[in-house]
Design a protein around this ligand. Structure first.
Ligand code: CA
Ligand code: CA
Length: 170
């Protein structure tokens, strides 16, 4: 039996095309598996490694005494934890006080308040929990003090901010 020459050339050509792809595939390191407390890792081998998804990235302004509500949902895959970070630089007088709250399906899962210019709210799922669902992020400008002194000058009506809300999903 003779193999046609054209077939041989075609086969070599295909191998040359596939070769580099196979090499790249082989060079990808195996995903890290984390075991807590020496227990067996029960994750099925086909599960995707955890990765971060940005749910909301937004700049805004909230008036003193007001709350800005941001809604977002995520249902594509399992949510392991959530992180909301609010940052602001006060525009006038004493530092403004902000409050940041994250709700899942209408229930609060974390709230923090500060005048430092940064707030972080995190929530982590327990072993059998899944934090996917409908989220509401509440940004409240609790107090926007102006210049405090013998004669207070209050020309501060609120403040601008930046919010990043992300999820670690699997
Ligand atoms: Ca202020
Ligand atoms: Ca302000």
């Amino acid at each position: 039996m003779t193999i046609p020459k054209d077939f041989l050339i075609l086969s070599i050509g295909i191998l040359m095309l596939i070769g580099p792809a196979v090499a790249i595939e082989l060079s990808i390191p195996a995903p890290e598996t984390t075991n807590s407390g020496g227990t067996t890792n029960n994750n099925p081998p086909e599960s995707t490694p955890p990765h971060e998804e940005t749910l909301v990235s937004k700049d805004g302004y909230t008036n003193e005494g007001q709350t800005t509500e941001l809604k977002q949902n995520y249902t594509a895959s399992k949510v392991l934890n959530l992180t909301a970070t609010l940052t602001w630089t006060d525009d006038y007088g004493s530092n403004d006080v902000f409050s940041l709250e994250v709700q899942l399906d209408g229930k609060s899962i974390g709230q923090e308040q500060s005048n430092t210019g940064q707030l972080k709210v995190t929530a982590a799922a327990n072993a059998d929990e899944d934090l996917r669902g409908n989220y509401t992020v509440l940004i409240t400008c609790v107090k926007a003090p102006g210049i405090i002194g013998p004669i207070p000058i209050d020309r501060d009506n609120g403040n601008s901010w930046s919010l990043k809300f992300s999820a670690e999903v699997q």
